[in-house]
Design a protein around this ligand. Structure first.
Ligand SMILES: [Zn+2]
Length: 226
């Protein structure tokens, strides 16, 4: 795949999605699709650093598009208002080749994974999460293991710590969003990357890489004999 043809969706234009979109635009991504249904709040500003007090109450993808185009006018940016679900996925990701998943919704991460591994299209994803002082991400390509090879199913809602409960450190999401976006750009362009088919975790101790084997019984079907 050449860079010229690539359309990358950013699912979630918050603490992870903002640095991810910025990183991809700086890397040379020609076309971004920004997806979110949220608005900018004061509590977002410490970590969603392309927003400021002048865009409070505005749609996040609209505010992010304006901020990116003020810096890099050559990037083609489309806004799609909405939240990813099994009902909205086809419309929201129409025409996209790759997805950066940085929302706070665990189900959305599995939906993006299943979209990425669906045949016969060659699709790519980087699936990121951060909470407190920790973050993690995994890049999925047509040749790699997938998010379900590792986690199988989303955790039950009662086990999920949210940013509202656990808090999130601004520089952590900034680093994870940027690094996870860089991983997506690498796998899209056939370059080696530490998160390709591996879970990379960022903690106060540094980066830890755990390779993810293709699971024989995963629904992605990549462990089945041809
Ligand atoms: Zn799998």
């Amino acid at each position: 795949m050449t860079q010229v043809q690539t359309t990358i969706a950013i699912v979630g234009c918050g603490g992870l999605g903002v640095p991810a979109a910025w990183t991809l635009a700086l890397a040379g991504a020609p076309r971004l699709v920004l997806i979110d249904d949220d608005t900018v709040e004061v509590s977002n500003l410490h970590r969603q650093i392309l927003y400021d007090g002048t865009v409070l109450g505005q749609s996040k993808p609209d505010a992010l598009r304006a901020a990116l185009q003020a810096r890099m006018a050559t990037v083609d940016i489309e806004v799609r208002q909405g939240r990813l679900s099994s009902d909205t996925l086809v419309d929201l990701l129409a025409g996209c080749d790759a997805v950066f998943e940085g929302s706070d919704d665990a189900n959305s991460k599995f939906l993006v994974n299943d979209w990425a591994v669906a045949q016969p299209r060659r699709r790519f994803a980087s699936i990121a999460a951060a909470i407190g002082r920790r973050g993690q991400w995994m890049a999925v390509s047509p040749e790699s293991s997938c998010y379900r090879c590792l986690f199988e199913e989303p955790p039950p809602p009662e086990l999920l710590a949210t940013c509202q409960v656990a808090g999130v450190i601004g520089p952590v999401v900034g680093q994870v969003g940027a690094l996870a976006a860089r991983s997506l750009w690498a796998v899209l362009n056939g370059q080696p990357d530490m998160a390709h088919g591996a879970l990379v975790r960022l903690s106060p101790r540094g980066l830890l890489r755990t390779p993810v084997q293709i699971a024989r019984d995963c629904r992605c079907g990549r462990g089945q004999p041809c």
